[in-house]
Design a protein. Structure first.
Length: 332
């Protein structure tokens, strides 16, 4: 982060510490070792970013309101992670956070680099399906992971994203969210988040992985009305009121780091019981589309590697590594 951004962060921190009171321009200038015109430029930039700051002659500046923004100024000072998001990139608009993270990866960005956008114009999910990203409504992020995992292990990291988000929704917001294998988070049977993990590899291991996550946070019913492949919802729709996206993001980053550390140290098998406990489909009759195959059966559980165990009507058992899952309503 450049010195200009650091100075702006410090000015904002001082205004927040004195929220409701004026802080003189002279005091801010002295504490940051810059000129008063320099302070004025930083204040104007903060106003452009949506901060409500009153300026009054002989009194200085007073912070009166903070925007619902995922900008550096609102996230980085409040991070409680050891390695995740310490390299933080916030964009107003981007085609795809995964594509931007890929660009950073090719420029030697470190493990744990985070890209967050207020809007994506070409967001995508699995199988290159469109992910609709309304401006400043959701959380659209990508995490750069450089653990050089074996190729058969790398796809398992997707479960960490879905598990971490479900925990945050349940424990912090009181929402009964669930995981729809392999990469969706549902609330009351409706999709509220999706995960796309893309990997670049050498012969035997990954060079890096990029995990993209889209979360519907403050979307309205009209915005979630479609047309979508699956019924969709948002956190605000389920709660009946808007939530602070900063809080959701910060809690998610902490939980993701904790669960990802467990994954690296102990393997996915250590987290499988939690993933199964929050599953949307276990014990239910489902249809799985695997390429040109359509399989119907009862979801029995997950293997230690995260594959789906399916029991067919004829008693046969199948292990499914990837596919599109839908519940068969009314089946018992």
């Amino acid at each position: 982060m450049g010195s200009t951004n650091n100075t702006r962060l410090q000015i904002l921190r001082i205004l927040k510490e004195n929220e409701g009171s004026f802080v003189s321009g002279a005091d801010l200038a002295k504490r940051q070792s810059i000129s008063r015109p320099g302070v004025w430029k930083h204040i104007n930039k903060l106003k452009e970013m949506g901060y409500q700051i009153q300026s009054q002659s002989k009194l200085g500046y007073r912070l009166e309101g903070v925007p619902d923004s995922l900008a550096v100024e609102e996230i980085v000072p409040n991070l409680k992670t050891e390695w995740l998001a310490h390299s933080y990139h916030h964009l107003a608009t981007v085609a795809s956070t995964n594509d931007y993270a890929l660009l950073l990866a090719t420029r030697a960005a470190p493990h744990g680099t985070l890209v967050v956008a207020e809007e994506q114009t070409k967001g995508r999910g699995r199988l290159n399906r469109e992910w609709v990203s309304y401006p400043s409504r959701g959380i659209y992020l990508s995490i750069l992971l450089r653990d050089h995992l074996p190729l058969h292990i790398a796809p398992q990291s997707t479960y960490i994203g879905s598990l971490a988000l479900v925990k945050v929704l349940r424990e912090e917001l009181g929402i009964t969210a669930s995981i729809k294998w392999p990469n969706d988070v549902l609330i009351n049977g409706r999709k509220t988040a999706g995960i796309l993990t893309e990997t670049q590899s050498d012969q035997d291991s990954t060079r890096f992985s990029i995990m993209g996550i889209g979360i519907n946070v403050n979307h309205s019913r009209e915005e979630m009305a479609g047309p979508f492949r699956y019924p969709a919802t948002s956190i605000a729709m389920e709660l009946g009121f808007a939530v602070k996206r900063q809080k959701v993001l910060l809690k998610f980053l902490c939980q993701f780091e904790q669960d990802y550390n467990r994954f690296i140290q102990k393997g996915l098998s250590d987290l499988i019981p939690e993933i199964e406990a929050h599953s949307e489909i276990l014990g239910k009759i489902i249809k799985v589309i695997c390429g040109d195959r359509e399989i119907i059966g009862r979801a029995q559980g997950l293997t230690p590697e995260g594959a789906l165990l399916l029991l067919g009507a004829d008693g046969s058992r199948e292990i499914i590594w990837a596919g599109d899952v839908t519940r068969i309503e009314g089946a018992v």
